[in-house]
Design a protein around this ligand. Structure first.
Ligand SMILES: [Zn+2]
Ligand SMILES: [Zn+2]
Length: 425
């Protein structure tokens, strides 16, 4: 029999083990709509699609349990509460509502620690003019809540409704990220209207499926395809951000430095200019930094954010009945996805169970990198400093200056992989 004090010790130890190791268990019950009539389609995700998301969590030491539960009737558009704008998750007044379906099919009602996800077709939304319409948004989720939907009904893949395998996996990760408290712009103020002095939802230096810039193309794939990073960056396609990209000050962009991983033509004039310049890298509705409202947009310092360090599952601390009337996040629409590929066509990554990344990305800058563009979390002011203690296979990226190390001179931007053997790439 334990004494009171030793019991407390055990409780405290258990808490340390639960939080200190950073390992957590997350649970989603997933139902999917299927139209079994002739010529119909199913929104059922495949095992490979679910495994890609499970693997994404496993790489961080987390366990994601997905209970692929019921096939449910196909409803074209999940209805919004006629009496309350934006209320989708709390409305159960008609058969084709999220609430009615949850009442009928959710097997974990009242059980803490579970999230309820429906893979459906579309949902009803309302525009700024107060007009309701059938949204083509890829999904909707409570921020820090327990309800989420993946709605790829207008995303056509191989002539069929419901999205590609990559889109299904990536969007599930995205919507679940909202449930875990993540937004579209890291920790920056993310605007949803054109006039607010906030950053837009396409931050190219938040390397995450939460950013519209990456959700449908893949993080690594889009970075490499857009020329913003070399082929061997230690990033995955389906991931939340680790906060390892450098800041970009839109008022003082340096094209030579670019993203710090590769130089970048920020003003889209076809060359890498000297000095600094001003440009809006993610403004307005143009989605790509070379779009039409270049220069004229809002300029701010864009920064990355360690999303993995910030996720929090409120279903563990709040009873299910308390997670109602929550803020919701509306996610990228099929029109926004097509605009994104208007300027630069980057093929979507193919679905894969990706290998985990255990290496680091480190930056070497003359000033050790503080402030403004190129403010990087893993910055060093000497080659030896960056090499010391870097896990084998790490990528070390140099500011384009002359660097001397181990008898080698690196002029211009030099990148080497495998820190301990200093292999120049
Ligand atoms: Zn459908
Ligand atoms: Zn979203």
């Amino acid at each position: 029999m334990y004494s009171k004090s030793s019991l407390w010790l055990i409780v405290a130890l258990a808490l340390v083990l639960a939080t200190g190791a950073g390992a957590d268990t997350f649970r989603i019950e997933l139902d999917y709509m299927a139209d079994n009539s002739v010529g119909g389609h199913s929104h059922m995700p495949t095992t490979a699609e679910l495994n890609a998301v499970i693997q994404m969590f496993a790489c961080q030491g987390h366990t994601l349990i997905i209970d692929l539960s019921d096939e449910i009737p196909h409803h074209e558009v999940l209805q919004m509460d006629p009496a309350q704008n934006w209320n989708i998750f709390g409305y159960s007044g008609v058969a084709d509502s999220y609430g009615a379906l949850k009442n009928e099919f959710y097997d974990h009602a009242g059980v803490s620690g579970w999230h309820y996800c429906i893979f459906g077709h579309q949902y009803e939304w309302i525009n700024d003019a107060g007009v309701r319409f059938n949204s083509t948004s890829s999904g909707l989720a409570e921020v820090s809540g327990d309800d989420l939907i993946v709605t790829l009904g207008t995303f056509i893949h191989n002539g069929a409704s419901g999205g590609s395998p990559f889109e299904k996996a990536s969007t599930l990760a995205h919507e679940f990220g909202h449930n875990l408290g993540l937004r579209h712009c890291g920790d920056m103020n993310c605007r949803d209207t054109e006039d607010a002095d906030w950053v837009d939802q396409y931050p190219l230096n938040v390397a995450s499926v939460m950013s519209y810039f990456y959700q449908m193309v893949g993080v690594r794939n889009n970075l490499v395809c857009q020329g913003l990073a070399p082929q061997f960056i230690p990033f995955k396609n389906i991931d939340y951000s680790h906060g390892s990209m450098c800041s970009l000050d839109e008022n003082a962009l340096n094209e030579g430095l670019g993203t710090m991983m590769a130089s970048a033509d920020w003003n889209c004039d076809g060359e890498i200019d000297p000095g600094t310049l001003t440009a809006d890298l993610n403004g307005g509705s143009r989605n790509h930094w070379c779009g039409p409202d270049l220069i004229s947009g809002v300029h701010s310092v864009l920064s990355d954010f360690d999303e993995w360090g910030a996720i929090m599952d409120m279903t563990k601390s709040l009873e299910p009945g308390k997670l109602t009337n929550m803020e919701v996040a509306v996610c990228i629409s099929s029109e926004e996805v097509s605009r994104l590929t208007d300027k630069v066509v980057c093929p979507q990554a193919s679905l894969a169970t990706e290998a985990c990344v255990s290496t680091e990305m480190r930056y070497v800058r003359a000033d050790g990198s503080t402030g403004g563009s190129g403010d990087c979390s893993n910055a060093y002011n000497s080659v030896s400093g960056a090499v010391a203690g870097a896990p084998d296979g790490s990528v070390i990226i140099f500011e384009p200056l002359v660097w001397n190390a181990a008898g080698q001179v690196f002029q211009n931007k030099a990148i080497f992989i495998s820190a301990q053997s200093a292999v120049l790439r």
